[in-house]
Ligand binder design. Structure first.
Ligand code: FCB
Length: 420
């Protein structure tokens, strides 16, 4: 009989989940909310083109074709219901939580700090600390104050100073109640979706601007990290890197060559620019890409509700590769899937934990796992229908319920925290 693998994780391992402000807080006013109002009809109209082929189209059709799906509005209302959400988080035995500070709340006009919003986030962090939960704070997770985007956002290198000033303000205000800071979430994805693919605000499609964005975002991270470290070396700063494991599907020279080039462009080009200013590495992992020749052709045996290929086990190779190249401690800052009926989430998490464990055995210094997401949320240009939450949210009543996989995940965390 095959022996069951014995999982054991370090005592201080961070077990938790992640969110971002715009996706859960409700009632935000930033460049993305402005864009939502201008694009609801177009997004609703395009839904069939993007998702019609999916097996679950009959289930998602109604929501995906409804323009109101694309307006974040009050959403999960986490801004006022955070205490209830933190109780549920605690219920699942978590000891870490990643969230973002909504810059547009804190500095709604250039240079004018909103004292109430700052106080809110201080209380928010205190509410985590009281529950013995380690806060992991993100400073830029795709949303910007309207004034900042109107002066060109990160497209203009001279604007980076506003971001650095915001970073400094937040860190000084939160003081020693935080330690882990993510400056920028998925910088390359943001640059590509917003400036190359034209899918996200400001809907540009310029290779040149995208390249400039890569460089300016790297510069923004480095400047913010230096500023934060100048306040105190205690802060552990990183980016949250969207990491995809790219591999050749056959032994052909072209496949191996393309996979290596693709991997370099996706990961190393950016990481090389920021790694010196990272104390650890935040890794967001959702999928792998299998390359034949010069094309990506995934196994697609199992798909998420969004049609993403599900290969949770490959996170092992993503982690091992990043460890080998950069030798930094790693925290998985996002990992999860859209799974409305919760039929695959438990399987996904268990495969991921096994893969993490194998990676650690092979030397990866892994310090935490944060599932995306704590609760159902607003999935950017896809709106509300994709359900990523461990906790489901009824958007009419705002009622929260733990999905079965969340109950299971809670038991696993408890077991792993007690048996290390
Ligand atoms: C990541 C984003 C996060 C969420 C997940 C599904 O790329 O960082 O906000 O949308 O995808």
């Amino acid at each position: 009989m095959q022996k069951k693998p014995q999982l054991s994780f370090p005592k201080k391992f961070l077990w938790g989940a992640a969110t971002s402000a715009h996706q859960v807080e409700g009632n935000t006013h930033n460049q993305w909310t402005v864009w939502e109002f201008e694009n609801t009809i177009a997004l609703a109209t395009r839904a069939s083109y993007h998702f019609e082929e999916l097996e679950n189209w009959p289930q998602i059709k109604l929501a995906a074709k409804d323009p109101s799906n694309y307006v974040s509005a009050k959403g999960a209302d986490h801004y006022t219901r955070y205490a209830e959400d933190f109780d549920l988080l605690k219920n699942m035995q978590m000891n870490a939580f990643r969230f973002s500070i909504e810059w547009s709340r804190v500095e709604p006009q250039e240079g004018a700090w909103n004292v109430e919003a700052i106080e809110h986030y201080k209380q928010y962090v205190n509410a985590l600390k009281r529950r013995n939960v380690e806060p992991i704070v993100t400073l830029f997770h795709f949303t910007l104050p309207v004034w900042f985007s109107e002066i060109g956002g990160f497209e203009k290198r001279r604007n980076v100073k506003y971001f650095t000033r915001f970073a400094e303000k937040i860190i000084r205000e939160l003081g020693i109640s935080v330690r882990y800071v993510v400056t920028i979430n998925e910088p390359e994805l943001y640059a590509i979706e917003s400036y190359l693919g034209g899918h996200w605000p400001p809907n540009k499609t310029s290779k040149w601007t995208t390249w400039r964005m890569f460089n300016n975002l790297a510069y923004a991270h480095n400047q913010a990290a230096r500023t934060i470290h100048a306040i105190n070396r205690r802060y552990k700063v990183s980016i949250a890197k969207n990491s995809c494991y790219v591999y050749a599907g056959d032994n052909a020279v072209l496949s191996r060559f393309s996979a290596a080039v693709l991997q370099y462009i996706r990961d190393d080009y950016f990481l090389k620019k920021v790694v010196k200013q990272c104390d650890w590495l935040g890794v967001n992992y959702y999928f792998s890409d299998r390359v034949y020749g010069y094309r990506v052709h995934n196994p697609d045996k199992k798909l998420s509700d969004l049609g993403w290929d599900l290969s949770p086990e490959n996170i092992q190779y993503a982690l091992e590769r990043l460890h080998e190249k950069y030798q930094l401690p790693i925290i998985i800052t996002e990992n999860g899937l859209a799974d409305a009926d919760d039929s695959q989430r438990q399987w996904w998490i268990s495969q991921t934990l096994l893969a993490m464990h194998r990676a650690m055995k092979n030397g990866v210094k892994l310090e935490g796992y944060l599932h995306w997401s704590l609760l159902d949320n607003f999935e950017w240009d896809k709106g509300f229908w994709p359900r990523f939450g461990l906790i489901s949210v009824d958007y009419t009543t705002k009622k929260r319920s733990l999905r079965p996989s969340a109950v299971w995940y809670g038991k696993i965390i408890k077991y792993l925290r007690e048996n290390n």
